[in-house]
Design a protein around this ligand. Structure first.
Ligand code: IMP
Length: 187
């Protein structure tokens, strides 16, 4: 459990990921040129850690980097499905332009919660840059803040995927590619 043998097929290779990340970074560098520095890039822990590390190294503008974490709590062991911020930013984002970096947007609940949170903290704009997007599974239509933009790396089919930061039971995050987990591995 936790190895390459558990992967049914690869959807995006390390090379494909690196090429797409470079394109996104170049687009962001162009779009935010002339904005007051620094842009605050906020990674959503834990899944975005590799994507965040790769993209900030290719953005050619001054950036500040921070992390945020959201979790779903419920009564007892059942998740309520409603996420709350469980680990907040260190940086003061009031009056700043923020880019929220996510691994994957699925139902949209996490993103919607985080965007509202950053808005309440006074961000001038909130953009979203997600590595993968699963638009077919959206339940909540999130609203960007100010002149915020939405960037995505690849549209993901409705599989459960792992690798490049994404996990199943905290495993597989270190795979350098994105693959579909064999269904029998999800117990
Ligand atoms: P949402 O709140 O339903 O949009 O879920 C977003 C979070 O669910 C992501 O940040 C991931 O941590 C997790 N997630 C959704 N789909 C997948 C997947 O296919 N593989 C791994 N994690 C996923």
């Amino acid at each position: 459990m936790g190895s390459e043998a558990d992967i049914e097929r690869v959807l995006w290779t390390e090379e494909e990921i690196s090429g797409r990340v470079a394109e996104l970074a170049s687009q962001i560098s162009d779009d935010f040129k002339g904005f007051p520095a620094p842009i605050v890039v906020v990674g959503v822990a834990t899944g975005a850690f590799l994507f965040l590390a790769d993209i900030v190294r290719k953005i050619t503008l001054p950036v500040a980097v921070d992390f945020i974490r959201a979790e779903s709590y419920g009564s007892g062991t059942e998740s309520s499905g409603v996420p709350r911020v469980s680990c907040d930013l260190k940086i003061d984002i009031s009056g700043k332009h923020v880019i929220l970096v996510e691994d994957i947007v699925d139902t949209g609940n996490t993103l919607s919660c985080l965007i509202s949170h950053l808005q309440r903290k006074g961000a001038s704009s909130v953009s979203v840059c997600t590595f993968l997007d699963k638009p077919a599974r959206r339940q909540v239509q999130f609203k960007l803040v100010g002149e915020g933009k939405f960037y995505w790396g690849f549209e993901c089919p409705e599989y459960f995927v792992v690798g490049y930061g994404m996990d199943y039971a905290e495993l597989y995050r270190n795979l350098p590619y994105v693959g579909v987990l064999r269904p029998e591995m999800r117990k």
